[in-house]
Write a new protein. Sequence first.
Length: 235
Amino acid sequence: MSNRHGNFLNRCTNLVQACLPQSCLLCGARARGTLLCPACAGDLPPLPPARCPVCASPSAGDMVCGACQRRPPAYARTEAARAFDHPLDALIRHCKYDGVVALSALFAELLADTLAPCQPVDLVLPMPLHPARLAQRGFNQAAEIARRLAPAIGLPWRADVCRRVRDTPPQAGLDLAQRRRNLRGAFVCDVDVSGLRIALLDDVMTSGSSLDELAQTVRRAGAVDVRAWVVARAL
C-alpha cells in the first residue's frame, strides 16, 4: 500500500472512530473512540516477568536462555509488549487477515508503553512482505504498526530499506531447523546502513527465525546493532 493511500485510510479510520459510537471488539461494551474497552485492554496477556533478554522467552532470573547461548541470533535483544495468547492472538489475526488496519494503532501503543524512553536506535525497519503476499493482503501490518509507533517515540522508520525476495511456504508445522532453512536468502537490503543501530519490528515472534534472518541481512549491509521489537511473543 502506498504512503498516500495508507495516510488517507488512517485519516478515514480516525474520523470514524472520533465521530461514531463504537463497541469493544472483544466484549461488545461501549468503547467510544477506542477499539477496546478499558477492562479488555487490561486483560491482554502479560509476558512472564523473568525472560531471556535476547529472545524474550521465559528464563529463570532474566538469564540468557540455553537456546540463545548455543546459537546466538543476529539480533542482540528483544522487546515484546505482550504474550501471544488469547485475546491478543485473535486481534492480531483480525488485523492481518480481516483487514482491520485500525488495530495497528493499538499494537503500536502497546509496544510504545513497553519501550524505554530513550532507545539506542537510529532507524526502525518493519518486517517486509513478499510482493505477492502484499498484493493479496493489501497492506503490511508491520509497516502499519511502524507508521504509528516510530513518530510517537521520536524515531525515523522506512519500509523501503529491505525487501522479501522469496515467497517462502508458511512456517507453521516446521521445526526450528526447517524454519531456518525455509527462510535462507529470503531478504535483501537495498540501502547501506553502515554504522546504524536498527530496530526490526514485527507483530509476532514465534521461533524468531524470520527476525534472525532479517537481522543477518541488515548486519551484512553494515548495521552495528540490531534489536527485535514485537507486539506479541509466542511462549
